[in-house]
Design a binder for this molecule. Structure first.
Ligand code: SF4
Length: 204
């Protein structure tokens, strides 16, 4: 989940899909990334661009493995003796790690650990503001903040329900309520969407 989120940050799905499987084949665990040389990890990122993400992943893996060794064996703990290291599950702890911003932290927490975490990417910000605050432009800093506020307020409390809710919002933004066109006629949330109502009013 972490690798897919990092790859998808700045690279389209079609380019990520073949490289994702190859990368996980070479580096199936955080420990395998941590053990590898930086240039090997960056080399496996070849073709995806924005190599800072590969460098961050390498640094992150070493940080997590090192922290795991310290937690298990004390300050003299050796990272090489760690066989299994796992990421923290909470968004705030994830955000402390290299290369992890609020969206990636929330996506990993929610989709990998089923933690009820609100998440907002470009698509989700667009959908949430169209549905609940159609006068707000999600491309502005204020609009982005408004989208996060709405995301927090509408998130189900249970982790499994939050997982489904966040997946549905992302799908809605990618397939139905896109940047270019709003398919309001067959949108599952048309009954409560203020963006759609305003469109109707403008036609009158
Ligand atoms: S009803 Fe229309 S504007 Fe509202 S979320 Fe659906 S597609 Fe977007």
């Amino acid at each position: 989940m972490l690798v897919s989120e990092l790859m998808l940050q700045q690279t389209p799905v079609a380019r990520v899909t073949p490289r994702y499987g190859e990368f996980l084949g070479r580096f199936p665990t955080l420990e395998s990334v941590a053990r590898a040389r930086l240039r090997t990890v960056v080399g496996a990122w070849d073709g995806l661009g924005y190599y800072a993400r590969a460098r961050s992943l390498h640094k992150l893996a070493r940080t997590v493995v090192h922290e795991t060794a310290r937690a298990r064996y004390g300050s003299a703990g050796c990272a090489a003796s760690v066989r299994t290291a796992t990421l923290p599950a909470e968004p705030r702890a994830l955000e402390e790690l290299p290369g992890i911003g609020p969206y990636t932290a929330a996506a990993v927490a929610c989709f990998a650990f089923e933690v009820a975490a609100p998440l907002v990417d470009t698509n989700v910000a667009r959908v949430l503001t169209r549905v609940f605050a159609p006068g707000v432009d999600p491309r502005t800093a204020a609009g982005r903040r408004a989208a996060w506020t709405i995301a927090r307020a509408t998130l189900p409390r249970r982790g499994a329900a939050a997982y489904t809710h966040n997946q549905a919002l992302m799908e809605l933004g990618a397939l139905v309520c896109t940047a270019r066109v709003r398919h309001c006629g067959h949108c599952p949330v048309r009954g409560c969407c203020r963006g759609r109502e305003e469109k109707k009013e403008r036609r009158k």
